[in-house]
Design a protein. Sequence first.
Length: 105
Amino acid sequence: MAQFIAYKNPNSRTKKLYPLLLDIQSNLLDELKTTIVIPLSPSSISGSSAITKLCPQIDIEGKPYIAMTQQIAGVERSVLGKEVYDLSGYRSEIIAALDFVISGI
């Protein structure tokens, strides 16, 4: 699994609000059965974030999504849906959001 790849959310209870899960875990930890993800929510559902440093907007196929960094979660790799988007172009924004959650800067 590659870092900064978005997967379809297979969970029937949460996929409407969070249709995509962004894998943020380092490729060096591929041997683990779990990975760390940030849920991505369409801005039409979640609204624009007041704290854009925490929740950066990510555009996918012309549609804005909000990275819900404060809802970071660990999931079993085996439950991730289909790999659908490479979001490595947003690496700086994603890492800045993670730094903001952890250190406040």
